[in-house]
Design a protein around this ligand. Structure first.
Ligand code: MN
Ligand code: MN
Length: 322
């Protein structure tokens, strides 16, 4: 049983629409709080979308995801996992970005995650656009490259935009491979689809050995088979999970900047996370939820559910004695 301090507020005690909305109704523990050392998984908001090249809005994601995450209860109804009993979880707050300066924002994010990592906390990030993953990986992979399971409509492996701009939400994993943060042979990208500018991103993937699983193959083979291959690719070495909400079909997740049709259902969206059991997850993120395009709030609700499923799979096998 985890420390009682780290239990979320139950809807049996306080209605779920009441109170200050932290992630999953967990306690807020700042980076300077002595209790940080007791946290196993820290939920972190990165309200930043300066890497967005078309329709902006994910800077508003963390606040909306916090609100919708109050819908999550203590137990995963399908798997029986009770993540808040298996681990000490807390909301570590938001990384304060500089919306007018990409490099400064990335420095701030990396510095924040260095502190999180030094405290022995595994981060679960709510973005933010997908460029968020790069400064996070700079901290988590500072010593050695990580494997990655990446759910997305897009590879985010492009070289540059607008004639030489290197840092956008379409380039984070190109930079991460170049910087030695990812071991490309242990990277799998699932759900890739849509119209494209050209094949430059996929040629790069092929050149460095990244496995790309297009949506046609995903639908043809099914969740279990695809995820079995994904687990084989990352193996048991340290692995990062990056989940772009636009992986999911826009019928279920329209509230995002770059939706692509023909994607997985909301059920498949949570199934793929459950299939990550056994992976050595050192951190995860859920990015690209864009409240201005999320008229019903349903995209943020699905995003919050995915964050909960990620917490459950990170808790799998963990049993705390105190
Ligand atoms: Mn992406
Ligand atoms: Mn995408």
């Amino acid at each position: 049983m985890s420390d009682p301090f780290f239990q979320p507020v139950s809807g049996f005690d306080l209605p779920r629409y009441a109170g200050v909305p932290t992630f999953m109704r967990l306690p807020h523990v700042g980076l300077d709080d002595a209790r940080l050392a007791k946290v196993d998984v820290g939920l972190i908001g990165v309200p930043w979308d300066s890497g967005t090249t078309n329709r902006p809005g994910p800077r508003h994601g963390p606040r909306q995801l916090r609100d919708m995450s109050t819908m999550m209860r203590a137990e995963n109804g399908a798997t029986g996992i009770r993540p808040f009993e298996a681990m000490n979880c807390a909301d570590l707050g938001d990384v304060p970005p500089n919306p007018a300066d990409i490099q400064d924002s990335m420095s701030r994010i990396t510095a924040f995650y260095h502190k999180v990592r030094a405290a022995g906390v595994r981060p679960l990030t709510a973005g933010g656009d997908h460029l968020t993953s790069l400064p996070v990986l700079r901290a988590l992979a500072a010593d050695s490259p990580l494997g990655m399971v990446h759910f997305d409509s897009h590879t985010d492996l492009f070289h540059s935009y607008f004639g030489g701009t290197m840092y956008t939400h379409g380039t984070p994993f190109r930079r991460a491979v170049e910087e030695g943060l990812l071991d490309p042979k242990r990277v799998v990208q699932i759900g890739i689809r849509g119209s494209t500018y050209d094949r430059e991103d996929r040629e790069f993937a092929k050149f460095v050995g990244i496995r790309v699983i297009p949506i046609e193959e995903f639908h043809a083979r099914g969740v279990e088979e695809v995820m079995s291959e994904a687990r084989d690719i990352v193996g048991t070495a340290p692995t990062y999970i990056s989940y772009d909400i636009d992986f999911i079909d826009p019928a279920f997740a329209p509230g995002t900047g770059t939706p692509e049709i023909g994607g997985p259902t909301s059920f498949q969206a949570i199934k793929v996370v459950r299939e990550l059991g056994g992976c050595h997850i050192v951190g995860a993120d859920l990015v690209e939820v864009s409240p201005p395009f999320d008229a019903s709030g349903g995209t943020a609700y699905l995003g919050a559910t995915i964050l909960f499923e990620l917490l459950c799979v990170m808790a799998g096998g963990m049993v705390r004695s105190s």
